[in-house]
Ligand binder design. Structure first.
Ligand code: DAH
Length: 339
């Protein structure tokens, strides 16, 4: 029995020593020390031993059990240490590696073009004005000579907050607010967001941007409007750019016009960009209606003025050849990264 025990000790220690994982160690433990393990089954035969032999064998068996237990603890510790070491190696930070370059953002295309436009008008002596996006019906419509029954007031187009308050549908109300607070002569542009209850598609969005312009002085005429906007178009699109005025109607200007620029792609010959027309419409304008001047507390007998409204999105889409307005709002970095 003694030899048998010694063989078990040798085999158990060797087998534990060769284990590579906790699971293997547990298997070995069960094999030798488990209820049906080898050591256990030997000890079950102790009853057959003589009274002299019992204590000797018992002592030896206890020693062996302790040896195996110790070996198991030792091996488990070894495996744990090795695992930790390998994790430390894997996760080690090499501080000499080159750093990841941080991504630097840049201007949104809408801001790029708006900043250019502001720059041009500032260069011509214009101030930059602002007005609220949530606006009184009075400023958005009434004061601009758009009476209650005007189609532009249709709830289809306008977001009403309540009966008297709307999300401004245009930047034109800033004209009235500016006139109320400034004595002519003055020149200003008022860029900003406007809102219309339009369904979203490639050319419509419930939120878009306009740049309002207003010049009031003595003896301002349509020629001043034409000269100013021609200078603007040349600065924006190049010296060879021409503009043309087409008669139009706006309630707050009289006379009113729409202004086209010669196509900056084909120079006026006609191409897919201008749909073969040679011209691209970029803004509306006209001489400020006397009623509107009065509503801004400006005396129409003493002063006259011209006003215009530019749609920013159209300019940006033409400039960068963008065919879907939604791209300007989705902020997909794969799109924005191209500018
Ligand atoms: N507010 C007009 C619109 O949203 C644009 C406009 C046209 C503004 C003529 C003006 C103007 O100041 O004179 O369609």
């Amino acid at each position: 029995m003694k030899t048998q025990l010694e063989e078990i000790r040798k085999a158990a220690l060797e087998s534990i020593d060769s284990c590579g994982t906790k699971e293997q160690i547990e298997e070995a433990r069960i094999k030798y020390l488990g209820k049906k393990g080898e050591l256990t089954s030997i000890l079950k035969q102790m009853g057959k031993l003589s009274a002299n032999e019992k204590p000797i064998i018992g002592k030896l068996a206890n020693e062996i059990r302790a040896d195996i237990d110790n070996k198991i603890s030792e091996k488990n510790a070894q495996i744990k240490k090795a695992a930790l070491q390998s994790r430390l190696n894997d996760e080690a930070i090499d501080v000499t590696m080159p750093a990841k370059e941080p991504e630097v953002g840049h201007k949104h295309p809408l801001s790029t073009v708006l900043d250019e436009i502001k720059e041009i008008f500032i260069g011509m002596g214009f101030d930059i004005a602002e007005g609220p996006e949530v606006e009184y019906d009075y400023y958005n419509f009434e004061a601009l000579n758009i009476p209650k029954d005007h189609p532009a007031r249709d709830t289809q187009d306008t977001f009403y907050v309540d009966e008297n308050i709307v999300l401004r549908t245009q930047t034109s109300p800033v004209q009235i607010r500016f006139m109320e607070n400034h004595k002519p002569p003055f020149r200003m542009i008022a860029p900003g967001r406007v809102f219309r209850s339009d369904a979203v598609d490639a050319t419509h969005s419930p939120l878009f941007h306009q740049i309002e312009g207003l010049v009031v002085d003595k003896n301002v005429s349509m020629a001043d409007l034409k000269g100013t906007l021609e200078a603007f178009a040349k600065r924006l699109y190049g010296e060879n750019t021409k503009i043309r005025l087409r008669p139009h109607h706006f309630p707050f200007t009289e006379p009113s016009c729409e202004i086209d620029v010669s196509c900056f792609k084909c120079g006026g010959k006609g191409c897919p960009m201008c749909k073969g027309e040679g011209w691209i419409e970029i803004l509306g304008g006209g001489m400020v209606h006397p009623k509107v001047l009065k509503n801004g507390v400006v005396n129409p007998d003493e002063y006259s003025g011209f006003a215009f409204g530019i749609g920013l999105e159209r300019l940006v889409m033409f400039r960068f050849n963008i065919d879907d307005m939604r791209l300007l709002y989705e902020n997909d970095l794969r799109f924005l990264g191209q500018f």
